[in-house]
Write a protein that binds this ligand. Structure first.
Ligand SMILES: [Fe+2]
Length: 237
C-alpha cells in the first residue's frame, strides 16, 4: 500500500468537520511551508554528509552560496531562482560521496583510471539530488557543473549556452574559490592572479558573461570576498 494512502483516505472526513479544518488557502500555504522546510533540512543533512567526508568546509560552501546568489542577481535572474543557486553551490560535489577516499584524498596525481572515476561525481550527484522534491533544476546544474564553454568538459560535452546557466555560474565561482583557497599542500593564489586566470580561460573553459560579472563583483566587493576566503588580495600567503 502507498505510504500516502491512509492520509488520502481520511482527508474527506477531516474536510467535512465542523468549522472545516481546511481553509484551502491556509492548507496550501502550510504545505508550501512544510516543503520549504523539508528542502532546507535535506540540504543541511547532505551538506553535513559532505563535511563528514571532509569534502568541503563550512566557509567554502557558505561563500560559494553567497557568491552564486550575487552573480545570479547581477545577471538579472529572477529571485525565484536564487534558492536553486544556493542549493547547487552547497551540494554540487555531493556525488564525490561515491568516489573512493583513496582517490579523493590521494596526495599525488591521479592515474587515468582514477581520474575517470573522479569524473563520475557529477552523474552520481545528479542521481542523488534528482530524488529531492522539486530539485529538478538543481539536479541539472549539479550534473553539468564540470562542462566547459568550448565543449571539452564532462559528462555531456555540452557547449556554450547548451550548458545550464546555473552550472556555468557554479563552474566559475568554484574554480575561483579553488584557486584562492589554501590547501595543506599548496598556498592559495592572490585574488588578482586568480582573476587573471579566469580571464585567460574566459571563452574556452568559462562563460565570458559569467566571468565578467563575477570579476565586477569581486573587484567592487574585494574586502568582503577576501574576508570570506581567508586569503590575500595581492600577496601569496
Ligand atoms: Fe565537482
Amino acid at each position: 500500500m502507498s505510504t500516502f494512502a491512509p492520509m488520502l483516505a481520511v482527508a474527506p472526513a477531516l474536510a467535512s468537520m465542523p468549522g472545516g479544518i481546511f481553509d484551502p488557502t491556509l492548507r496550501v500555504k502550510e504545505l508550501e511551508d512544510q516543503l520549504v522546510s523539508m528542502r532546507a533540512s535535506l540540504v543541511c543533512a547532505f551538506n553535513q554528509l559532505l563535511d563528514l567526508k571532509d569534502l568541503n568546509t563550512g566557509y567554502h560552501s557558505t561563500r560559494l552560496a553567497e557568491w552564486s546568489v550575487r552573480v545570479a542577481q547581477e545577471l538579472g535572474l529572477p529571485e525565484s531562482r536564487f534558492a536553486d543557486m544556493e542549493v547547487t553551490a552547497l551540494l554540487h560535489d555531493i556525488g564525490k560521496i561515491g568516489v573512493p577516499d583513496s582517490i579523493l584524498k590521494k596526495p599525488a596525481k591521479l592515474t587515468e583510471e582514477e581520474y575517470d572515476l573522479m569524473k563520475k561525481h557529477p552523474e552520481y550527484g545528479w542521481a542523488i539530488v534528482r530524488l529531492f522534491p522539486s530539485f529538478e533544476h538543481v539536479s541539472h546544474f549539479v550534473l553539468h557543473h564540470h562542462e566547459s564553454w568550448d565543449g571539452k568538459g564532462y559528462p555531456g560535452g555540452l557547449k556554450g549556452t547548451e550548458i545550464p546557466l546555473g552550472a556555468r555560474i557554479i563552474s566559475v565561482i568554484d574554480s575561483f574559490d579553488a584557486m584562492v583557497s589554501s590547501r595543506p599542500y599548496r598556498r592559495g593564489l592572490p585574488m588578482e592572479e586568480a582573476l587573471r586566470r579566469l580571464i585567460i580561460a574566459s571563452g574556452t573553459q568559462f562563460d565570458p558573461q559569467v566571468v565578467q560579472c563575477f570579476i565586477r563583483i569581486a573587484q567592487n566587493e574585494m574586502s568582503s570576498v577576501f574576508a570570506a576566503t581567508g586569503t590575500s588580495t595581492t600577496v601569496v600567503l
